[in-house]
Write a protein that binds this ligand. Sequence first.
Ligand code: 5AD
Ligand code: SF4
Length: 483
Amino acid sequence: MTRISSEVETGSREEMRAQKDLERIGALGEEVKAAPPRRLYIKTYGCQMNVYDSERMADVLRPLGYGLTDSPEGADLVVLNTCHIRERATEKVFSELGKLKAMKAETGGRMKIAVAGCVAQAEGAEIMRRQPAVDLVVGPQAYHQLPELIARAHRADGEALSADFAPEAKFDALSAGGAERQVNGVTAFLTVQEGCDKFCSFCVVPYTRGPEWSRPAAAILAEAQALADQGVREVTLLGQNVNAYASEIGGLADLARALSRIDGLDRIRYTTSHPSDMRDDLIAAHGEIEALMPYLHLPVQSGSDRILKAMNRGHTGDSYLALVGRIRAQRPDLALSGDFIVGFPGESDADFEATLALVEAANYASAFTFKYSRRPGTPAAAMSSQVDEAVKAERLARLNALIEALRQAFNAAQVGRTLNVLIERKGRHAGQIGGRSPYLQAVHLDGDERLIGRIVPVRIDKLGPNALSGALEPDRSKSFEAA
Ligand code: 5AD
Ligand code: SF4
């Protein structure tokens, strides 16, 4: 994995950069003024941070006349915001680009195609070589440069490729450029940290997203306040290692406490965390901050100490379980989630059995499972004794069956309880509304859509395959405003 140096951004002083960006956007804005409204289609792959980045790309492009559309047909600009974490994710991008190429030809080349995200970061030049229909490539730390890159692509006067490694420049430019954040909904993602220094031996993230970096708390609080002003009741704080967050305010616990004081912001979640960064004050916060929801995504990847060592995880199965025990001592009802990789190089039957044992011991409410995918450039890709695909598939099926049973048991335990549900949307059927429990379970109920944005007590009466259903607690409905 090579870093692609930027052709666009050369200045070092933040102010100069922000000023330059403003000037560029201003100049381009003049060109755009005469043009009809432009249609923007963004397809997002991968993690929640990409979802956040896609929203912010739309914010950056809105002042230039771009409005979102939900199909690539007829779009003036198509952005694929890509994921590089597993081989299949990368291949999907190239197959989508093949389809877009034909669509672009039908427009006589008017449609512009951009590749953003982690594939852009890792393989930018390769993408342009392999698929000439691509007009521009923009890494995840450079999307504030989109206006400039689009202008270049239109003028064909230079390489429209940028893959900077400085998230601070991105966030500075976003606020300086007045890219107002627009949300439609009562929940929102909020990036607070980017990058990873952990270098798990299977993972591309430290190479594609760069070193750990935390956003200043003042900027986060301002963005959160703006979200609350637009009616957002729940924020999920995002970071590749979000619990490594450290800024002028302190750590993630301090940030969560400050956010919990914002009027209207009643629910806070964060993802994804590394066990080594679970500081004492953050563990304590789970028992202290009411707005901090009892849900935690804390990946362990494997239950075998031998494999954890080869993965360079920096913890053992037992230390992970002890940590979970300490968090549950603060928040006994915690819904625990995690990530697992099966078929890491050298994983034996006994190693896999250790994973199953850990899953049972930790008693997950849900988890994400993956077959190990060999990523060129990572240490694990070069390890001998790669596991057979058929063995991976069989282990994945067994692990999934166990996790599904635990998920169902966790959900079944809610039947008969009253849960506070944040109503997020209308349901599929008339008169139905839907939202999420504190444990992030989907909940359906009959109710007025004016309840969207309210947190209401719902008595859970049924367990469906993917959601709980229940009814509004009549005698407690006057406490609608309470969390
Ligand atoms: N193969 C399979 N899964 C992977 N993940 C990261 N890298 C790989 C890989 N090479 C999984 C990990 C991580 C999640 C985001 O993706 O479980 O926690
Ligand atoms: Fe990848 Fe490990 Fe960093 Fe998570 S902690 S992003 S798995 S290197």
